[in-house]
Design a protein around this ligand. Structure first.
Ligand code: ADP
Length: 298
């Protein structure tokens, strides 16, 4: 019984003399959504294509449950490529049923699976419309159905959220979370850091072909957490500027964002603020993924 733990170790890849992946190592764990983040040209698509066996690496290995990945394993993968590839003239349901049948499902089960998945993705009313008649966002939902219809053990999605409106992002996110909850290992690339931050359990940050950070989202947040605090008070917070051990990052009227040189300093600031008047809120401020990203790619 496999669990679907995908592991990349020391992957390198060059195009001509240009190295685009350099010693790339990370894992994609079952039951978790791993966000794959990096700017344009960072090497995300190249990495995904190597995982899928569409491109060979110059060095390194890709293992599934500790053994080198093979063609049979990859049949249990789902992939949504960057270049979308559904047949424009085919009807939505027909297309997804066709793909399910390629994965070996009989007609009845293929139809049942395709209908359920498309309905879940919000395309229940569009089953008999052609792909080309759908909006780009809906074509994208159909593409996601295509990668998921066989209940893949490992799911690799290249920018599944690009071009989706916020409502569609939520629908697709829900479907991916349900798939992870059933045990799938999911790797998805995205340049939308807010979406990744909300959705992923684990994160891999790639820049210039090297891994800059990898691990659980919450772990990375904690690792990069500063002693940064946010104070909202009724009175003017300008006094903070002259407090020892305090560096004010942002300030406006009763609002202040500041770094404290120790938790004690933060406590003293809170006490002083309370003594001075109305404190509406005081809380530590964790860094956003966008801030962490900026920090690690430098
Ligand atoms: P990302 O998906 O993160 O935007 P890619 O993996 O597409 O990055 O690209 C990584 C780098 O490899 C880029 O600099 C890109 O120009 C280069 N690259 C990708 N495919 C090829 C190719 N077939 N030939 C030469 N260079 C390529």
């Amino acid at each position: 019984m496999t669990t679907g733990m995908l592991e990349l170790s020391g992957i390198t890849k060059s195009y001509g003399s240009r190295r685009v992946l350099d010693d790339v190592s990370f894992t994609v764990a079952p039951g978790r959504l791993t966000g794959f983040v990096g700017g344009n040209g960072a090497g995300k698509t190249t990495t995904m294509r190597i995982i899928l066996g569409l491109l060979s690496a110059d060095g390194g290995r890709v293992d599934l449950d500790g053994a080198p990945l093979n063609t049979a394993d990859r049949r249990r993968f789902g992939y949504m490529p960057e270049e979308r590839g559904l047949y424009p003239k085919m009807k939505v349901l027909e297309q997804i049923v066709y793909l399910a049948r390629l994965h070996g499902f009989g007609k009845a089960e293929a139809t049942e699976r395709a209908t359920a998945l498309l309905t879940e993705l919000g395309l229940g009313e569009r089953l008999n419309d052609t792909i080309e008649s759908l909006s780009l966002g809906n074509q994208q939902r159909a593409q996601i159905a295509a990668s998921l219809v066989h209940d893949p053990e490992v799911l690799i999605l290249d920018e599944p959220f690009s071009g989706l409106d916020p409502l569609a992002v939520d629908v697709v996110a829900g479907v991916l979370q349900a798939s992870a909850a059933k045990g799938a290992s999911i790797l998805f690339s995205s340049h939308q850091l807010d979406v990744v931050e909300r959705l992923c359990d684990d994160l891999v940050i790639l820049a210039g072909g090297t891994i800059r950070a990898a691990g659980s989202r919450d772990g990375l947040r904690a690792e990069h957490a500063r002693d940064r605090y946010e104070l909202v008070s009724a009175g003017d917070a300008g006094w903070l500027r002259t407090e020892p051990g305090v560096t004010v990052v942002d300030f406006e009227g009763g609002y202040a964002l500041f770094d404290a040189d120790s938790p004690q300093t933060a406590q003293r600031v809170l006490q002083t603020a309370v003594e001075r008047g109305d404190v509406a809120s005081f809380a530590p401020k964790h860094p956003s993924l966008a801030q962490i990203f900026k920090e690690v790619i430098q």
